[in-house]
Design a protein around this ligand. Structure first.
Ligand SMILES: [Zn+2]
Length: 686
């Protein structure tokens, strides 16, 4: 239940401040990184009227210069940073991969993992053999009752996407405790809506998915006729599972996800699955409570287990094991995976170079090991101090806002201040790095490395159950170019990767830095007080701390934002699903208001001058807009319209400034002036 700045996760660009250590002569130099300033006037298009389309005014130059590269589905300031960072991490990993006896533990882990991944010819030779033991176990299944131990094993080795999603979560009523958790899952398409919608595009997507499933079965050696029949079986089962799942909008109400029960109650909800054996084989510690996020899904799954033949369950499992593993099998699997998921669904023209994928896998599987190497080179204590100062100023601004709100009663105001005071700030990287020494990493076994890393992560999640919460834990790796708020932890998290130029630019003055990174800090902080986050208290418990009247006034304010964004078009005739994006839209607006207040506080008493024909206030807003400069392929835009809780980049800027009198004043616009359609009225939540 985290609220990131982006749905997609980007790795960081390394900092310019990367220490220029002299390299041993026989080792390659770490690549130098291009510097991009946090405000770049060449990215602007001053022929556009900022009062009519501010996003274009700030970003059209960038958009013209930066078409989407063939291996990308969109291209943005964040994505470019990610690409620069991949290069930087590649340098670190290539050095680490040199098989030298002097390597320390962490260097050996990331180096051998990367080397194994890069060995494409080994993957080619092995074909589908890395999943043969699992396929044999699936073939040996004789009854639905025997499914439990098999699912326990497959979920450990292939992640939590087989039949359902299992793991641990903070108790929604007592955030200091971790309990077992069961969520819906098990689909091969990115959302349940793909299975249920009746428009032409959705039907086409289902046809293409069916062809993809068929191809995977053919790659496993089935005849075209068998593969076609098996693909229909998978589609049929997944469609039934999808229909019983909660929608993304329903999942934004935390009460819809709270169903704590005993193991006995779970057994009576879904008696056809052998839960005791499942939990024993998956290595769970004894527990008394499990939260079932979506009981209707488990009820349906239970009846499917009874009504479908065992062969259907085997067919489903065969596909999902091969589909989950396809990225690390031979090139035929890799290509099929790319063709459907990245090319058809998201619009990429070309596969990414193997080294890019291998850097990303290393970050995903050994993130804290790679993170240590990254932070050493890219995150100085000075940078941490500077950004922490910014965070504190933004929290102060939020405190002032809460005290000044004219619509809030003293009772709720007091509670809001308590929540703000209880918020933890996590900047850069964790105090304690995760230890991967128990994961066996072999230079010659990429598939095995991935399976063992997945099992390590599953066990790590499971072993938290029954223990107090670790408040030092991070949900993103240090090199990640993203940030998040976690309502149950009540903390805001900014990895080192997101605190780099052009997002945070130590060389630049405060105006664009506050507009950009200050706005991001404000965004995450506001998540604690958006329509969803505001239902959790200072301790992260799901508890109403609002008076009825204040909640109604708050809801009227968020409704204003919901109506505003519902009017914007994503692509063709698809509008923003503003019930899905509401929390992010509220955070975008609140974040920028806070950043502006904090910036004014930081520059108090200073005399600032215009630079490049822009006043300091204008520079604040151009800096803000330029975090979001982006080009997006139409396929990617369509996928995001269904799955992404964030609005498209253009509206994350225009939809915000149109509500800010501070902006209208800075550019001498009329407040609420046409920013490519909506507002009839001006919205302000916080
Ligand atoms: Zn967010």
């Amino acid at each position: 239940m985290r609220c990131p700045l982006f749905l997609a996760v980007f790795l960081a660009a390394a900092a310019l401040t990367a220490s220029a250590q002299s390299q041993p002569e026989n080792k390659p130099q770490e690549p130098a990184l291009p510097y991009s300033p946090s405000l770049d006037v060449t990215s602007m298009d001053r022929s556009v009227d900022p009062c009519v389309n501010f996003y274009k005014y700030a970003c059209a130059g960038w958009q013209r210069r930066n078409p989407v590269p063939p291996d990308q589905t969109s291209w943005s300031v964040y994505a470019k940073l990610y690409e620069d960072n991949l290069n930087f991490l590649r340098g670190i990993l290539e050095q680490a991969a040199a098989d030298s006896p002097s390597r320390d533990q962490v260097t050996r882990e990331i180096g051998d993992f990367y080397a194994a991944c890069m060995d494409e010819s080994a993957a080619e030779t092995r074909g589908a053999s890395p999943i043969e033991p699992q396929l044999a176990a699936i073939a040996a299944l004789r009854s639905a009752r025997q499914l439990a131990p098999l699912v326990a094993r497959l979920q450990l080795e292939f992640g939590r996407y087989i039949f359902f999603a299992a793991g641990s979560t903070q108790d929604p009523d007592n955030s200091e405790q971790v309990i077992a958790d069961l969520d819906q899952g098990g689909l091969g398409l990115p959302d349940r809506d793909y299975y249920t919608k009746d428009d032409a595009k959705s039907k086409e997507t289902r046809e293409r998915y069916l062809a993809h499933v068929r191809k995977i079965f053919e790659l496993l050696g089935e005849s075209p006729a068998d593969a076609g029949r098996d693909a229909s079986t998978v589609m049929n089962l997944e469609t039934a599972m999808a229909r019983s799942q909660l929608t993304r909008v329903e999942r934004r109400d935390p009460y819809n996800l709270k169903h704590k029960m005993s193991l006995a109650a779970l057994e009576s909800l879904a008696p056809n699955f052998d839960w005791k054996t499942y939990y024993r084989d998956a290595g769970y510690p004894p527990f008394s409570i499990v939260n079932v996020d979506a009981p209707a899904f488990y009820k349906e799954l239970n009846s499917l287990l009874a009504s479908r033949p065992v062969s259907t369950l085997q067919t489903y499992l065969r596909f999902h094991v091969a589909n989950s593993a396809s990225a690390y099998l031979s090139s035929a699997f890799v290509t099929e995976n790319f063709d459907f998921y990245r090319k058809y669904l998201r619009g990429a023209k070309e596969q990414q170079a193997r080294w890019k994928r291998c850097v990303s896998y290393t970050d995903a599987d050994l993130g804290d090991a790679l993170g240590q190497a990254y932070v050493k080179r890219a995150f100085s204590p000075g940078l941490k101090d500077a950004t922490l100062d910014m965070v504190r100023r933004i929290e102060d601004a939020m405190g002032r806002r809460i005290r000044e709100l004219d619509w809030m009663s003293p009772e709720t105001r007091q509670q809001a201040l308590v929540k703000l005071a209880g918020m933890r700030n996590k900047i850069g990287y964790p105090d304690k790095w995760r230890d991967y020494s128990s994961v066996q990493i072999s230079r010659g076994d990429f598939a095995g490395n991935r399976q063992r890393a997945a099992a390590f992560e599953s066990h790590r999640q499971i072993s938290k159950i029954g223990k107090p919460v670790d408040h030092g834990e991070w949900g993103m790796t240090a090199p990640t170019v993203n940030a998040y708020y976690d309502p149950q932890m009540n903390d805001i998290n900014f990895p080192a990767g997101v605190l780099q130029p052009p997002l945070y630019d130590a060389k630049m003055d405060e105006a664009p830095n506050y507009g950009d990174t200050g706005g991001t800090v404000g965004h995450e902080l506001t998540h604690g007080f958006d329509d969803e986050g505001s239902q959790f208290d200072a301790h992260g418990n799901l508890r109403n701390w609002w008076t009825k009247q204040d909640r109604e006034k708050f809801n009227a304010r968020t409704r204003c934002v919901e109506d505003q964004y519902a009017g914007y078009v994503v692509i063709d005739d698809i509008h923003i699903n503003s019930q899905l994006t509401l929390g992010e839209d509220v955070a975008d607006l609140g974040g920028e208001i806070l950043a502006y207040l904090a910036w004014k506080d930081a520059i108090k008493g200073k005399t600032l001058e215009s630079i490049d024909g822009l006043t300091p206030e204008q520079r604040f807003f151009v800096g803000f807009a330029q975090w979001a400069c982006e080009n997006t392929r139409p396929e990617e835009a369509r996928l995001r319209a269904l799955t992404d809780p964030h609005s498209p980049a253009e509206y994350r800027i225009n939809g915000v400034v149109v509500n800010m009198p501070e902006f209208a004043q800075a550019f001498s616009c009329k407040l609420g002036q046409p920013m490519t359609k909506p507002p009839a009225k001006v919205c302000r939540v916080w």
